[in-house]
Design a protein around this ligand. Structure first.
Ligand SMILES: NC(=O)c1ccc[n+]([C@@H]2O[C@H](COP(=O)([O-])OP(=O)(O)OC[C@H]3O[C@@H](n4cnc5c(N)ncnc54)[C@H](O)[C@@H]3O)[C@@H](O)[C@H]2O)c1
Length: 314
C-alpha cells in the first residue's frame, strides 16, 4: 500500500510511519513543524525514518500548500496532523481552528475525486466527549475545550464528505497516548523529567482525575487494523488500564527510584475528569486488543526520557 501520514514528525505519527514501513508499505510523511513544541524534537522523531527506503517526506502546511502531489496515487490516508492539547487552545483558537478544521477540509477536498483511495482514517480524541469520557462511542459529545470542539467539528466534516462524495473513511478517538516521544507538554513527560531532575511537579486540581492510558504501539496497531473497519464508523481506542494522577506518580516513583516533589494548583479550564475507553466495538470490528501494560509502557517511556537527558548532557 502507498500510505500518506499527516503529522508524521509528531509523537504518534512518527511511530505509525515506522510500523507501516516495517510491514512493507510505502509511506509518504507530511508535516509543517508547527512550533507548538521545538522543531528539533520533531526532526529527531523523523531521523531514522528519513534513512528508510520506502519513506519520503514533504514539509507542507495543510492549511495553505498545494496537496495534489502528496494525495496522488495514495491508497490509505492516516490524518493525524493537528494542534493537540487543551491548554493552548483557550489562548490561540485561530491556530486550533485552522490546523484542525481548515487543514482537514483542504485534505478531504484534495481527495474528493481520488480513484486510488481505499481508506481515510481520521484521528480524533476522547476530548470530543468532554469532562466525563468513560464509556463507549454512544456517549454524548460535549467537548469542554476549544481543542475538543475543533476535533469534533472535523469529525463531522469527515462524515459530510463521506455522505456527499462517498469518501471511504472511519474515525478513531484516541484516549491519552503515552510512551517514547510523548509530546513535551503532556503530563507524563513532564512528571518523568521533573522527577529525574529533582524538580517540583505541579498537580492541577485534586489529582483524582483519571485517564484511560494507551501505549503508543497499541495505538498504532489499532490505527492500522482500522483500515479493515466498515466505512462511516467511529471507534474508541484506549489501553484499558485507568489510573489517577496520584497513581501514576506512585508508579513513576517506583520506576524511576526518585521521590516526587509536588505542589498543587487550581484545576485547568476544560480538563477532563475521567477518561476510559470501552473498546468492545474495535475488538469486534477489526480484532484489535491492547497488549502493553501500564507499568511496562511507563518503564519504556522512562528509559527513553533518561536516554534523551544523557544525549542532551553529552
Ligand atoms: N497524544 C495523545 O494522547 C492524543 C490523544 C488523543 C488524540 N490525539 C490526536 O492524535 C494526533 C497526533 O497527536 P500527537 O500527540 O502525536 O501530536 P503532535 O503534536 O506530536 O503531532 C501532530 C503533528 O501535526 C503537525 N501539524 C499540525 N498542524 C499541521 C498543518 N496545518 N499542516 C501539517 N502538519 C501539521 C504538527 O507539526 C505535529 O508534528 C492528533 O490528531 C491528536 O489530536 C492525541
Amino acid at each position: 500500500m502507498r500510505c500518506l501520514v499527516t503529522g508524521a514528525a509528531g509523537f504518534i505519527g512518527s511511530h505509525l510511519c515506522e510500523q507501516l514501513l516495517d510491514m512493507g508499505h510505502e509511506v509518504v510523511g507530511l508535516d509543517a513543524f508547527i512550533p507548538y513544541y521545538p522543531r528539533e524534537i520533531k526532526e529527531n522523531n523523523l531521523a531514522s525514518l528519513k534513512l528508510r527506503k520506502n519513506f519520503s517526506f514533504q514539509e507542507l502546511d495543510l492549511r495553505e500548500d498545494d496537496l495534489a502531489s502528496v494525495t496522488e496515487n495514495i491508497s490509505v490516508v492516516f490524518h493525524l496532523a493537528a494542534m493537540a492539547g487543551l491548554v493552548l487552545s483557550w489562548k490561540n483558537f485561530n491556530l486550533y481552528s485552522s490546523c484542525n478544521l481548515l487543514a482537514t477540509q483542504r485534505l478531504l477536498d484534495s481527495l474528493r475525486k481520488s480513484e486510488s483511495l481505499k481508506k481515510f482514517i481520521y484521528v480524533s480524541t476522547s476530548s470530543v466527549y468532554g469532562k466525563f469520557s468513560s464509556g463507549n462511542e454512544l456517549m454524548p459529545t460535549k467537548p469542554s475545550s476549544p481543542y475538543g470542539v475543533t476535533k469534533l467539528a472535523s469529525e463531522n466534516l469527515c462524515h459530510a464528505f463521506r455522505e456527499e462524495f462517498g469518501l471511504p473513511l472511519s474515525v478513531l478517538r484516541y484516549f491519552s497516548v503515552y510512551g517514547p516521544r510523548q509530546r513535551p507538554d503532556m503530563g507524563y513527560n513532564i512528571f518523568i523529567n521533573s522527577m529525574l531532575k529533582g524538580e517540583t511537579i505541579t498537580v492541577f486540581g485534586d489529582g483524582q482525575q483519571s485517564r484511560g492510558n494507551t501505549y503508543v504501539s497499541d495505538c498504532v496497531d489499532a490505527t492500522i487494523a482500522a483500515i479493515q473497519s466498515p466505512d462511516g464508523e467511529t471507534y474508541n481506542i484506549g489501553g484499558g488500564e485507568i489510573a489517577s494522577v496520584w497513581e501514576i506518580i506512585n508508579r513513576l516513583e517506583k520506576i524511576t527510584g526518585c521521590k516526587a516533589r509536588i505542589k498543587q494548583e487550581q484545576a485547568r479550564a476544560g480538563d477532563q475528569r475521567s477518561t476510559g475507553a470501552d473498546i468492545a466495538k474495535a475488538v469486534k470490528d477489526f480484532g484489535w486488543n491492547p497488549k502493553v501494560s501500564l507499568d511496562e509502557g511507563l518503564t519504556r517511556q522512562v528509559a527513553w526520557q533518561k536516554s534523551m537527558q544523557i544525549r542532551k548532557a553529552a
